[in-house]
Design a protein around this ligand. Structure first.
Ligand SMILES: CC(C)(COP(=O)(O)OP(=O)(O)OC[C@H]1O[C@@H](n2cnc3c(N)ncnc32)[C@H](O)[C@@H]1OP(=O)(O)O)[C@@H](O)C(=O)NCCC(=O)NCCS
Length: 163
């Protein structure tokens, strides 16, 4: 007898990232970033005391490594997002939002006043995510990013106040 197949719902957990994750991060980062960061670059960041982050893992499939991650740096009462990426195979399932929520919660607990980030002005998915999370545009850096074809695009600077 053939039984109908129902795709199982995928469950994820968001956990503090650690140095052992460094080897898995370039694989996700290189899916979209023009200059992906290497394992060594991630490892160098992850040992810095003011850098922290979170990884999203699929429940029941932890050996596959994270499906998304975010790194942030805190300095005095401000913080910045260093990078965030979700694997293409796991997008639009709420991971980006959950990762950003984890950063915001951690900073709120530390009484950090503001979180800043820079985003390519052409990156509509990321800008939509940040707007939904309450970030507002506070500046622009013209010709900031170089695209694969050589053309330049601007960076929008965004801020979310936490106090
Ligand atoms: C930006 C990114 C992290 C979003 O991750 P994600 O897990 O797909 O995002 P979520 O599923 O949590 O989406 C949360 C909200 O963001 C917005 N959003 C996300 N992707 C979007 C898209 N492709 N188009 C429009 N809005 C989008 C929506 O408002 C969405 O809420 P909804 O699904 O209820 O409509 C992901 O697209 C990514 O890794 N992009 C490549 C790397 C990158 O650009 N990083 C940011 C650099 S500044």
């Amino acid at each position: 007898m053939k039984l109908p197949f129902f795709a199982a719902k995928r469950d994820f957990v968001v956990e503090t990232i650690d140095i052992d994750d460094a080897a898995s991060l370039p694989r996700i980062h290189e899916e979209d970033f023009v200059r992906p960061w290497s394992e060594d670059e991630f490892a160098d960041l992850l040992v810095q005391p003011n850098v922290f982050g979170f990884a999203a893992r699929e429940v029941g499939n932890r050996r596959a490594g994270p499906l998304g991650f975010v790194l942030a740096r805190q300095a005095a009462d401000e913080a910045e997002i260093l990078t965030i990426a979700v694997a293409r195979s796991a997008r639009r399932m709420g991971l980006g939002r959950s990762l950003m929520d984890a950063v915001l919660r951690a900073l709120h607990a530390e009484r950090t006043a503001s979180l800043f980030l820079e985003v390519d002005e052409t990156n509509a998915p990321a800008i939509a995510l940040y707007r939904r999370l309450g970030f507002i545009r506070v500046g622009k850096r013209p010709d900031y990013y170089r695209q694969p074809g050589g053309e330049r695009t601007g960076a929008i600077v965004m801020r979310r106040d936490l106090v």
